[in-house]
Every structure is written in structure tokens, then in C-alpha cells.
Design a protein. Structure first.
Length: 552
């Protein structure tokens, strides 16, 4: 059986340029990340997801790539990446890279050649139209920042397609030469030590675009080839899809047959569950989560959801109704400058929850108990804040807080030489929120996260077992669900309200011996076989071991 390490992993997402600067130039780099591997190992993460590290003009956070085979010189060299991969491997940490192949930068040599002449060998690597497409204003991804998806190029004297910004022309995935080249790109990075890829904008890659047709037909053979090629090159490699789609379309990215094993991407971000978790938190009502869990799309065998609360983009609430989205906005983004594109929130989690550590802990205990593999964004483990004075998504991409010294220990450069400002002051600034202080405090959020991740790795059922909502009369604020796997079973209780409750669940099947608390937010009476009189503090949680083959 192929390795399924990803089912019991903890993913840590970071932007190298925001993590640690090793040479004092004001930007984080690979050498700086290498120096922090012991910190990540102690935290307990087992997989690093790196945002784009390739050369780029930097007009879209590195997602406008100008060389798929290189490292941005500001971040280091290919040798630095190989050293990073080696150091991570020694600590049991794998690395997955952002695979941004829906488009390139307009400064990529391929596009420079393509626009120069109709006879360029790269002309058909992009999507062109001699006439103005009738749908040129449809399908924009960034409303308010983007007005069209087809732009006229004066040099080429033709229109080119770009699902994102006009400086990011889309590649033509109907061209076999493009597919062959990207297979080489993946092979290159797997040979250097990457363990897989997070596929950016996956739905757009398989959509075959033509003028006047939007959306175009989908070609899943691209995903089929990627899975076969990457598994051949590295047997334990993984593909993680970013695909924010309706339930009817999600499963096809993981498997070609609903009743067969996963033969495409192994992992999918759970964009269906995420907004309902936020709705439940906003309303202090478990019902949205109960509905989402009971109607969840069943992935093929070997397929895995990846749960998240905050990521590197805006918190996208487009899957909610206007009324539901309004409830979340009122609770967590009451001011217009906290919102983005009319659909999302551009804040980090700690400010959204008003810095209340108990509620932050409840939110992350809840996320880590949801089906699949959890992903954690850098800085969330210490409760970092945001900088709403920055544009768009940059608000949640500020440098890491390592200590309370100048630039939060991120860089020795002068503050005005930093590529992005460090938040030093205020309730969530580095003077109050930083790694060094929390490492010394046994009651800190960082210490709590270390305990959370340790507890999760002691409960493999959450990543590998079958999830079900417990059928019992419970307060509306309480979510009770369980996971059952051959190794055992675990019951998970979370109270989304700030008032304490006492609940009765009654006998449960699958119990073996006396249940015991595996992970709790405070002192409770020990559970009994009847599972009655179970206490939950306000914003409290309990993970209760029901059975396991190696039960103590």
C-alpha cells in the first residue's frame, strides 16, 4: 500500500520571506527557516507547506512566477533548499511546495517570447484570441481589483486570457508541450527533496478555456497524469488541491470513480466545512457544523480532507448565504476595512476572537478534531495579530514574532528596510505576543498548541477513522462527534458558548473498558461508562478515549 503519512500529519503553512531573515536584508530566507527547524520540530508539526519560493516580480505575493526551476535570489539558492530538505527530513518533517502552474508572470521568458511573434514556439503555451472575446468581463477572481479576464496586448496584437490579474497570463493546458514541461518541473523539485505540492487554483488548470466560452470543459486527465507521474518519481509524494467548489464537483479531484480508491490528488482543502465552522463560532451554535458533517462529501479511499481556520488568503465565506455571511461579518469583521471582495475577512484569528485565549483554544481544538489533516498558519500558535493598514491579503502576511526586541527578532535590518512591516505595538504586537515569552510561560498559547498537537498525534482515529455525529439530546452550543477506526474510538465534545453546561450522552457502542480524558481544557470529573453528567466549561472541550487496542 502507498504511504499515507499525510493522514496523520500536522501541516504548518509559512511564507519564507515572512518567517526569519538570516542575512539582515529585511526579508526572510531559506537559511533563516533552517535555523528555526528545531522550533517547528518541538511544536510537533510534520509537514511544511511553503508559499512560492521561485523567482518572481513580486506583484502578487510570489504567485506571479518567472522561473519554475529556480529560487528567488532574495530567499537563497537551490543549495539552500536542498539543505532545508535534508534538515527537515532529519527531524521527521516533509516539505510540500506551492505549485502555481495555472499561470506565469508576464515577465516569464515563455510569455516574453509568446507575445513577440505569432511564430514563437511559445505562442501556443498561452491562450489567445484575435478578436475581442464577448465574455472578457466575466469570471473575475478579485472583484474591485480586476475588471476583465481578457486583455489586449499591443505587442502581440491579440487578446490573452488571465483568470487572475492581467500580469498573470494563463497557460494553455490543452497544449501537450505545457503538460510535459510541468511534469519536468515537478520531477525537478521532487528530486531536490520536496514531498509533494499544493496545487494552486486547481479548478482553473483543468478548465479548457476558449473565447466566448466560460466555463470551458474540464479535462481531468491532467490530474490523472500528475498522480501517476509524482507517485512514480516518489512513492510517498502527495498532491493537495486548492479547489473551492460545490459538493457535486469536489470528489472528482481526488478520484476518477466514486466507488474506487483515490487516483488523483490525495488531499483537498475543506472549503465546504470551513465557513460553517465560522458560522457555528459566530452563533455559538453547533447546528451549522452538525449539518456540514452529516452531509459531508465522502472522499474515495485514501483521499483526505485538510481542515483550516485561517490561511494565507482572505477567509472566504462565499459558500454561505447572505444572511449567514452577515452573521459572521457582524461577529468577526464588523468594520468594512476588515472585509475583502465582499465575500471574505482579512484578519487573523486572534483579533477576530478579541484575543480571548480560552476561545482561541476552543476554536483550534475544534478544528483539530474535525475530519482530515489540520493545517496551521505560521504565527497562529502564538496568537499573532494583523495589520489592516496593509493592502488586501497582505494584512495577514506580516513577519513572525520571535521576541520583543527590534523587528521582533525577525531581522537585524533597520525597520524601514523591512520588505513588510513588523507589528510591534498594540495588543497583538510583538512587544506582548512573541515566541520567547510564550516558551517561558507554561500557560501560554504556544505551550497549549504543543500539547494539542501531541494529543492529536496520540489520536490517529481523527485522521484515519470514520466520523459520525453523536445522536443525543444536547444543548445547541455543543458539538459531540466521534471517530471509529480499527485501532480504537474517540469521542470529541466542544462547547461553542461561553456558559458552562452539563450533558448526558449515555452508553456508546465501541467502548472497551473505562473511558478517559485524552485532552481537556481544565479539571473535570473522570468520565464513566455511562457518560452522564459530563461537564463542559464555557468554550470548553473534552477529547475522551473510548477504546484502543493498546489501552492503558
Amino acid at each position: 500500500m502507498p504511504s499515507r503519512w499525510y493522514q496523520e500529519a500536522v501541516i504548518y503553512s509559512l511564507d519564507v520571506s515572512s518567517f526569519q531573515d538570516s542575512d539582515g536584508d529585511g526579508r526572510g530566507d531559506l537559511r533563516g527557516l533552517i535555523s528555526r527547524l528545531d522550533y517547528l520540530s518541538r511544536l510537533g508539526v510534520s509537514c511544511l507547506w511553503l508559499n512560492p519560493i521561485h523567482p518572481s516580480p513580486g506583484r502578487d505575493g510570489g504567485y506571479d512566477i518567472s522561473d519554475f526551476y529556480g529560487i528567488d535570489p532574495a530567499l537563497g539558492s537551490l543549495g539552500d533548499f536542498a539543505e532545508l530538505a535534508r534538515g527537515a527530513r532529519e527531524r521527521g518533517i516533509r516539505i510540500i511546495l506551492d505549485l502555481v502552474v495555472n499561470h506565469t508572470s508576464d515577465e516569464h521568458p515563455w510569455f516574453v517570447s509568446a507575445r513577440s511573434s505569432p511564430d514563437s514556439p511559445y505562442r501556443d503555451w498561452y491562450i489567445w484570441s484575435a478578436e475581442e472575446p464577448p465574455n472578457r468581463h466575466q469570471g473575475t477572481v478579485f472583484p474591485g481589483e480586476q475588471t476583465e479576464t481578457w486583455t489586449f496586448d499591443e505587442q502581440a496584437q491579440a487578446w490573452y486570457f488571465h483568470r487572475f490579474y492581467d500580469f498573470q497570463p494563463d497557460l494553455n493546458w490543452a497544449n501537450p508541450a505545457v503538460r510535459t514541461e510541468m511534469t519536468k518541473v515537478m520531477s525537478f523539485w521532487l528530486q531536490l527533496g520536496a514531498a509533494g505540492f499544493r496545487i494552486d487554483a486547481a479548478p482553473f488548470i483543468i478548465e479548457l478555456v476558449s473565447p466566448g466560452v466560460d466555463p470551458g470543459p474540464k479535462d481531468f486527465s491532467i490530474m490523472d497524469s500528475w498522480r501517476q507521474d509524482t507517485q512514480w518519481l516518489r512513492g510517498d509524494s502527495v498532491l493537495l488541491c486548492e479547489a473551492n467548489l460545490p459538493p457535486s464537483e469536489i470528489g472528482r479531484f481526488v478520484g476518477s470513480r466514486p466507488d474506487g480508491p483515490s487516483d488523483r490528488a490525495q488531499m483537498m482543502f475543506d472549503f465546504l466545512l470551513n465557513p460553517h465552522a465560522w458560522l457555528a463560532l459566530a452563533r455559538s451554535d453547533a447546528e451549522p457544523l452538525i449539518q456540514a458533517l452529516t452531509t459531508a462529501v465522502r472522499l474515495p479511499e485514501g483521499g483526505q480532507w485538510v481542515s483550516f481556520l485561517r490561511n494565507h488568503d482572505e477567509l472566504d465565506l462565499s459558500r454561505l448565504t447572505d444572511e449567514q455571511r452577515g452573521d459572521v461579518f457582524r461577529a468577526f469583521a464588523p468594520r468594512p476595512e476588515m472585509r475583502l471582495y465582499g465575500r471574505g475577512i482579512r484578519r487573523r484569528l486572534a483579533p477576530m476572537l478579541n484575543g480571548d485565549q480560552r476561545r482561541i483554544e476552543l476554536a483550534y481544538a475544534l478544528q483539530f478534531s474535525l475530519p482530515g489533516t489540520p493545517a496551521l498558519r505560521y504565527g497562529e500558535e502564538i496568537g499573532m495579530g494583523d495589520d489592516l493598514t496593509l493592502d488586501g491579503r497582505e494584512a495577514v502576511r506580516t513577519p513572525m514574532h520571535w521576541d520583543d526586541t527590534s523587528n521582533a527578532g525577525f531581522s537585524s535590518a533597520e525597520p524601514d528596510a523591512l520588505f513588510r512591516p513588523v507589528v510591534m505595538r498594540g495588543r497583538f504586537g510583538a512587544k506582548k505576543v512573541n515566541v520567547r515569552a510564550q516558551q517561558r510561560d507554561p500557560d501560554s498559547l504556544l505551550r497549549w498548541f504543543e500539547n494539542l498537537i501531541h494529543s492529536l498525534r496520540s489520536a490517529p482515529e481523527i485522521g484515519t477513522g470514520k466520523c459520525s455525529v453523536v445522536d443525543a439530546p444536547l444543548p445547541r452550543s455543543v458539538l459531540a462527534h466521534r471517530f471509529d477506526a480499527p485501532a480504537g474510538a474517540i469521542l470529541l465534545l466542544h462547547n461553542l458558548a461561553d456558559t458552562a453546561v452539563t450533558i448526558d450522552i449515555g452508553p456508546l457502542s465501541g467502548m472497551n473498558g473505562t473511558p478517559y480524558d485524552l485532552f481537556v481544557d481544565g479539571p473535570y470529573a473522570a468520565p464513566t461508562k455511562e457518560l452522564t453528567g459530563l461537564e463542559l466549561h464555557g468554550w470548553g472541550y473534552r477529547w475522551i478515549r473510548l477504546s484502543r487496542s493498546d489501552q492503558r
